[in-house]
Design a protein around this ligand. Sequence first.
Ligand code: FAD
Length: 622
Amino acid sequence: MQYQDQYDVIVVGGGHAGTEAALAAARQGVKTLLLTQNIETLGQMSCNPAIGGIGKGHLVKEIDALGGIMAKAADRAGIQFRILNASKGPAVRATRAQADRIRYRAAIRAVLESQPNLYLFQQAVDDLIVENNRVAGVVTQSGLRFGAKTVVLTVGTFLGGVIHIGLQRHQGGRAGDPASVALAERLRALPFRVDRLKTGTPPRIATSSIDFSQLAEQPGDTPTPVFSFLGKREHHPQQISCYITHTNDKTHEVIRNNLDRSPMYSGEIEGIGPRYCPSIEDKVVRFADRNSHQIFLEPEGLDCNEVYPNGISTSLPFDVQYEIVRSMKGLENAHITRPGYAIEYDFFDPRDLTPWLETKHMPGLFFAGQINGTTGYEEAAAQGLIAGLNAGLQARELEPWYPRRDEAYIGVLIDDLITSGTKEPYRMFTSRAEYRLMLREDNADSRLTPIGRQLGIVDDERWAIFSAKLEAIEAENTRLNTTRVSADKIDQQRAISVLGEPLAKSSTAIELLRRPSVDYQGLMKLLDEEQSVADDVAEQVMIQVKYAGYINRQQNEVNRLQRNESTTLPADLDYKNVRGLSNEVREKLQNAKPQSLGQAARISGVTPAAVSLLLVHLKRSG
Ligand code: FAD
């Protein structure tokens, strides 16, 4: 008898997208299987050992607010934490954690192994089972068949992966792991639009061979930031510093002299690489006027002897990598433990996906992560959570859910991908969001946790903590609104020290907090009180008061645009029948098949006039 097993949801791939997808499905209570090439590499960071940063930190907080694992694992594994843009407004502040690679993997695995309804199985998937044009399961390398109502593919850089070091190339999914060749062929036979992208990683260096005494130290922030809304500083392991060195004239000369041996410049690599994470050879060519670039030396972990030199990702041959590394201060005697390399892989045009990440050509099949043309752990995890959530919802015969652009960076990410597609690895930035003031890291929980709770992916512990925080914010708001500060009674010396001038007329505490010069701590001083609420509650009260005007303005704009968002466009709409559209716009709409008028309006080249024509057509056709 042939072995066969049946699940509600199968997730293929145990990277950042796959682990969030599997957990989001299993948290809903559906029977879920996570099938991956190697259980040892669950949650493996293929490249830099860090989580978060500008735009990416926002995604991590949103994943956390929806009950995901990334922020919690970063808290357990983080060995250096910083708030980037700390001196700027709250919209662009972002948390970043340097992570201990081994601890990160262990934290992810521990959660996966203790998640009810989730089963792990180690084996590569080679094929899909398809019944009546709907996915019905997967077949592994050794012919085992697993049936499922829905399948989520999250196979990262592995599809048809080719690794390049100089002009040498070999098949691989990433260093040390095999490429997915059979699955890539199977998927290429389906009517998905496929193309190639590339990404790269730097060589790693033995910590003991670096002369840190010559280098600038970069410690983490104090007090140490925490990633998860449920996180605590006590969860962090020992904290250590990063160091900074620089490329110099000699480094750049070595690179320029060897460009003909680079697979990128010799035409060996066809895939397009990440614009915002370029290789060092790319940086030297593109920014020819600069004779130095900053390189961060980031420890790979507490118990290992390896450093990740952030900024010298390269696919040049090993002997050139060696010269590059040794040309830099502090690295004169560096020993390289692993060569850098570039990898080319298949990705699928995300315009062939619905906003809940189901493929348009095969019902029940979802794609998430790097295979949708993104780069980065956080971007992958965010998509994984949405795909896993919706694979579970579909298995439960419930309606799909996805966040809008004004609700979450995750909404911006998915809408950008499915509306515009991508020609290069897509990464998140705060500048991609139009409603930045509403989409802050600090309010990700109030934006998303209630929805996550309704959908069944937020557990009781998170819900209780969130509800208590919300009540505390409300109570403090009410208290400060009803606390009157009398100009006659206040100690005017104290008022001058906080306000910069005497208090001329009596005010409520909230009115005083609205003043630009007064922060929450200043207000407490003015009231002659000890802070009685938690720091995150005080922060929310302060931000809500100070930015109320701007936030309301953004909300009005959102409400106005919402009308377009809620006007749906039928999937079978034939744009040839819409009168007045230019051929170019018609073709773009036919290709993208937008779900709503709002999405149509965001397709480049679709003018406001074209949107009006669509609206007229919809009204006319009833
Ligand atoms: P992955 O993390 O790649 O996980 C894929 C998972 O699928 C793995 O567990 C794998 O074992 C499994 N798998 C594959 N095929 C099968 C199969 N057939 N059956 C079962 N399981 C399978 N990101 C950046 O932000 N900046 C960078 O500079 C950067 N550089 C990178 C350089 C390199 C060389 C690589 C490899 C990656 C780089 N990344 C970078 C990307 C980052 O690693 C990915 O964005 C992220 O890991 C994607 O997550 P994912 O879950 O989509 O895929």
